[in-house]
Design a protein around this ligand. Sequence first.
Ligand code: GTP
Ligand code: MG
Length: 171
Amino acid sequence: SPEVKLAVFGRAGVGKSALVVRFLTKRFIWEYDPTLESTYRHQANIDDEMVSMEILDTAGQEDQLQREGNMRWGDGFVLVYDITDRGSFEDVAPLRGMLDEVRRPKLAPVVLVGNKADLEHARQVATEEGERLAADMACAFYECSACAEHAGTGGGVAEAFYELCREVRRR
Ligand code: GTP
Ligand code: MG
């Protein structure tokens, strides 16, 4: 079955590890663990085809060299921000820029995820801003929550990973 390498990027604390764990186990982790990188394997039936995923959960605090290596390694990329952290949203465009630089002349498949949609009271980034950024980057957009099953739009975490797999397979 096809193998797809996915890497998850975003500022420290946006919930990359929580999203990956939610996707893989349907559970939520509360403890904050500033992660070292980890990779996971996962198989899923997407549109009647078994797809093997290798998922790299990067560390928000990785250095430039590590980041560049990870950007070369992946076939597709989940760019994550935290809807309660404006700065994490502002980090996304530069991340995309760096991806484009590293992957030139090809455009890397990405999906944009606005996480922590359960924290509506603390929201700093409007849904429309996420939609606009995704339109600029010509990619799919999901607002979701690693801790609530149906928070936000788009039907959740798994759909973001599945859509990225589809996008990679289309290339
Ligand atoms: P680094 O590995 O340091 O780059 O951070 P990370 O992006 O992996 O963040 P992590 O998954 O460790 O989550 C950071 C904190 O946010 C943890 O305390 C999580 O429990 C919390 N968190 C993650 N996702 C959500 C979410 O959707 N909603 C809420 N309320 N909290 C979340
Ligand atoms: Mg982490």
